[in-house]
Design a binder for this molecule. Structure first.
Ligand SMILES: O=C(O)CCC(=O)C(=O)O
Ligand SMILES: [Fe+2]
Length: 273
């Protein structure tokens, strides 16, 4: 497994990202960038080879009993509560999140997701699609690569991420539920549509786009301005979705406080290879 070449991990026939100056790669980048700019999200189905996805899911299963349990109530902005806003303000609405989270310090250095994250052409491709001149792997020894492990009854309430964008990799679908859902247009760098947000929190489905988990797909989304959630997982099959982290500056890590909050430890179990 150590020597599994990258073209056995990524479907380079459909996603020819080894040479970003090629005509095919430029066309792919243009299409993906356009969709990301218009929708706030861009799905790349079949990005990973099916056999590799199954191995990645098995690697996650092998360590999932060690995952950190997150069982949390939060508002959609993931901010401390502000009582000055009044009782009904959507910024104060409580949403529930329940899941297990694996950090990259719990994955072996040969782990296939770690190899994917370490592959420089993927980093360069994602940077181009998202429109950054400077684009780098996140170097947090716990949070650079994580796996959301969700079982029956788990879910992730409506929220905006702290990070500008998120790259998720779908590894295993649950029996039902566990869809990624999003609503564009409710937040920008200089506006908030609180009425629209309140409608979604009250159950209005009219603006909701639902993406079922399709193993092997990669999803790029602008999580800071895109309202999103994971609907409740049902059944005996675990939902596995990994998050690969990148930043627009080199050498970035989380603070120990953030590590404690999201992963239950300030010190990694081991350092990144
Ligand atoms: O598990 C997912 O599909 C994404 C979850 C999410 O929104 C997050 O981890 O911030
Ligand atoms: Fe999120």
């Amino acid at each position: 497994m150590e020597s599994l070449p990258i073209d056995r991990i990524i479907d380079l026939d459909t996603y020819p990202i080894t040479d970003l100056e090629s005509t095919e790669a430029k066309a792919l980048i243009a299409r993906a960038a356009e969709r990301y700019a218009r929708e706030g999200a861009c799905l790349l189905p079949g990005f990973l080879r099916p056999g590799t996805v199954a191995l990645m899911a098995a690697e996650a299963d092998a360590v999932s009993s060690d995952a950190f349990r997150c069982d949390d109530q939060h508002n959609p902005y993931l901010e401390p509560d502000n009582p000055d806003l009044g009782d009904d303000h959507p910024r104060r609405r409580a949403e529930a999140t329940k899941l297990d989270v694996l950090g990259c310090d719990q994955l072996s250095s040969q782990n296939l997701l770690m190899r994917l994250h370490a592959w420089q052409p993927l980093c360069d491709f994602l940077g181009r699609v998202l429109g950054y001149d400077s684009f780098h792997r996140f170097e947090d020894p716990v949070g650079a690569v994580t796996i959301n492990v969700m079982n029956d009854g788990d879910g992730h309430g409506w929220h905006f991420d702290e990070a500008q964008f998120t790259i998720s990799v779908m590894l295993q679908a649950p029996d039902s539920g566990g869809h990624f859902e999003y609503v564009p247009g409710l937040r920008g760098d200089d506006f908030d549509d609180y009425d629209g947000l309140a409608r979604v929190l009250d159950g209005d489905r009219s603006g909701v786009t639902t993406i079922p988990i399709t193993p092997g797909a990669m999803l790029l989304f602008g999580g800071r301005n895109l309202l999103h959630r994971v609907s409740r997982v049902e059944g005996g099959t675990t939902r596995h979705v990994s998050v690969l982290c990148y930043r627009d500056r080199p050498g970035m890590t989380n603070s120990p406080e953030v590590r404690q909050l999201f992963y239950g430890r300030t010190e990694p179990l081991r350092q990144l290879a």
